[in-house]
Structure formats: structure tokens, C-alpha cells
Design a protein around this ligand. Structure first.
Ligand code: CU
Length: 354
């Protein structure tokens, strides 16, 4: 759902489709080219007035479509194929800004935190149990920001600007208000603190993702390309920044050596091996990122139950259901008691229909 119609930019389409159509298998191997795989138009529509709504699936199996307009907050039931209204968001219209399905322990997320999008509004807003609440503010408002879930379940905000092509000193001016370079961190209790500054300001068309080694990769932006790229005709912004969270500077990391290669079913015991089994206090799944325009629909963080260790073998249990953690690839991290993560290995959740 959402996206521009055939009539071009500024004309969001209300059409909702399922791909592939119900009962067709998902093309998932690199050489599966879905040429003749049918999609299916659903009865429910999604008439967002503005593009890039935040879309999440939460543990109830419902799709949450949180529009940039305060009065376009919708719940989609993909089984009954109906759309219903969620309460109006307390904050007014928002530009491009981040939102995160908050980690909720061993189950999938059941709430969403909406953050950026209004440079005059530093507050964060949480939708939980069908109700909005106002949560701890960040230090200042920003748009074009990215907020990511780290392996330890804390959040990190990176990038940001005053407006779409404005870093705070006028449209198309690459001189940035330096505050927008500062990252911000949300601890396990929901409190925000400012962190170090990134080297370049990055706003519109910037991106960020968590790497399997626990670092954050920060890319893109439009204006700093003009300021920093001597050949502005090449259409490229080649600069990448890597950020090392504090947990990478707290001593040795736990080791994750082997994980199962095949598909893992739900609510199922499995084993991994670690050469540092005594250091393993926690295991988490972190879904890979799918992000554009500050909309990151796929990131998801779940704890896995630890069922015991024998020698180097660590017993774990997969999440209860596909609603908790949709099928697909996840980064599996082992963490020690100080929250220091191992390097992740990829595991695949969900047994394929044959
Ligand atoms: Cu764009």
C-alpha cells in the first residue's frame, strides 16, 4: 500500500495489493524472478493524502498504517480485508521522520514509537493498545531522521534536518546547523541522551542500518553531496560513515560460532554454539532494515529464550508465531551481561510450504 500512482509525484495511490496473491508461494531465492507471479487487489483501500506513511505489522497480525497526517491512522486486517480507524495522533501533520516498533521481549512488538517529522516538536508519541501517549522528548525536533533498534534493544537516532532540503540555514544551503549532526540514544527506560556528532550533516534521502558486526552504517543525503562531492553531475554520494556504539568499547565480545543452516519453525528449540558460553546472557533476533525517506518498515527486535547450555552448545527457542516475527532472515546476536553483542549470524525463520 501507499506509493505514487501512475499520475506521478504527489498523487498517492489508495490501491492495496497482496503480493504474491493468497496461496501463491513467496519467491525468495536469488534466482526466483517473479515474472508471472500474480498479485491480488484487496477490497480495503489506503487513501493516504501524503506519501511514505509508516507501515508495521505488530504481534496481533494486523498491519498498522500510520499516516503523516494526524487523522490518517489506520488498522488493516489482512485476513478479513478491512480497514478501521485508529485514534487521531496527538501531534499534527509531520514531514518525513522516523518511527520504530518498540522491542517487547520474547514476543513481537505491540507498540510503535513515532518520533521525527516536525522540527518544532521534540516529543515522541507511542501507539499502544489502540491509544496514543506522549513519551520522553528528544533534545530537539528534527525531520529526515533515522531511528534504529540496536542489538541491545536501545534506540539510536541519526541524521536529520530542519526541512526537506534545509539544514537550518535556508533552503539548498549546505551550511548546516550543527545540532542536526548529533546522534541521540534512547536507553531501556525510554530516556534520551545526546551522543557524538557525525562527520557530515545528512538529511533528505539519507539512510542508516545496523550491520551484522553491531556497527551502524550511515549513508546518503542530497545537500551534503553538493557540498562535498566535487563532481555534482555524477549523481553519486559515495560517502559512508560507520558508527561504533559504546557496547563495542566495553571489552571482549561474546562469540557466536555456529547457527543452524536450514529453516527454523516457530516455538521450536534449536542450538547454536559459542566458544564463550559463560559470557552468554541474552540472545536476540534483529530483522534486516528496509528503509527510505525515514520510513523503516522491517526492523524488529525480539529476545529469544535461553533454555540452557552444555559445553559450547547454547539452547534457544524461536519466537511463538509468524505474527511475532514474520518469516525470513534475521540477524542472531548473543549478548553478555553488559549488553556487549557478538557478531551476528543469519538465521531463517519460518518453514516454507513445499
Ligand atoms: Cu525522495
Amino acid at each position: 500500500m501507499s506509493g505514487q500512482s501512475e499520475r506521478g509525484t504527489g498523487t498517492p495511490t489508495p490501491v492495496v495489493e497482496r503480493f504474491p496473491a493468497l496461496g501463491r508461494s513467496v519467491p525468495w531465492r536469488p534466482f526466483d524472478i517473479p515474472v508471472s507471479v500474480a498479485s491480488e487487489r484487496l477490497r480495503s483501500d489506503a487513501p493516504f493524502r501524503n506519501d511514505y506513511p509508516h507501515l508495521f505489522s505488530l504481534r496481533d497480525g494486523m498491519i498498522y498504517g500510520l499516516g503523516r497526517d494526524a487523522d490518517q491512522q489506520w488498522l488493516f486486517d489482512p485476513v478479513k480485508d478491512v480497514r478501521t480507524d485508529l485514534p487521531r495522533r496527538p501531534a499534527d501533520f509531520r514531514g518525513y521522520g522516523s518511527a520504530v516498533p518498540l522491542p517487547a521481549g520474547f514476543r513481537g512488538p505491540d507498540s510503535v514509537l513515532v518520533l521525527g517529522g516536525d522540527p518544532r516538536d521534540p516529543h515522541t508519541y507511542r501507539l499502544s493498545g489502540g491509544r496514543w501517549s506522549i513519551e520522553e522528548p528528544r533534545a530537539f525536533g528534527r525531520t529526515q531522521d533515522g531511528t534504529l533498534i540496536l542489538p541491545d534493544g536501545t534506540l539510536i537516532t541519526v541524521n536529520g534536518a530542519l526541512d526537506t532540503r534545509d539544514y537550518g540555514n535556508g533552503p539548498f544551503n549546505p551550511q548546516a546547523d550543527l545540532k542536526y549532526r548529533q546522534i541521540e540514544l534512547r536507553d531501556a527506560r525510554g530516556r534520551w541522551t545526546l551522543g557524538p556528532a557525525q562527520r557530515l550533516p545528512r538529511g533528505y534521502h539519507s539512510n542508516a542500518l545496523i550491520l551484522p558486526d553491531g556497527r551502524m552504517m550511515v549513508t546518503g543525503d542530497e545537500l551534503q553531496q553538493i557540498a562535498n562531492d566535487p563532481d555534482i553531475r555524477d549523481g553519486m554520494d559515495g560517502s559512508i560513515e560507520l558508527y561504533e556504539p559504546a557496547y563495542l568499547h566495553r571489552g571482549a565480545r561474546p562469540a557466536l560460532d555456529r547457527v543452524p543452516a536450514g529453516d527454523l519453525g516457530y516455538d521450536t528449540a534449536f542450538q547454536v554454539t559459542s566458544s564463550t558460553p559463560n559470557d552468554v546472557a541474552r540472545a536476540v533476533l534483529l530483522a534486516p532494515t528496509t528503509v527510505t525517506h525515514s520510513v523503516n518498515t522491517s526492523q524488529r527486535h525480539l529476545d529469544l529464550r535461553l533454555t540452557g547450555a552444555r559445553g559450547s552448545a547454547i539452547g534457544l527457542r524461536t519466537p511463538p508465531s509468524a505474527a511475532d516475527a514474520p518469516p525470513g532472515y534475521y540477524m542472531l546476536f548473543l549478548l553478555d551481561a553488559k549488553g556487549v553483542p557478538s557478531t551476528a549470524k543469519w538465521v531463517k525463520l519460518g518453514t516454507r510450504r513445499r
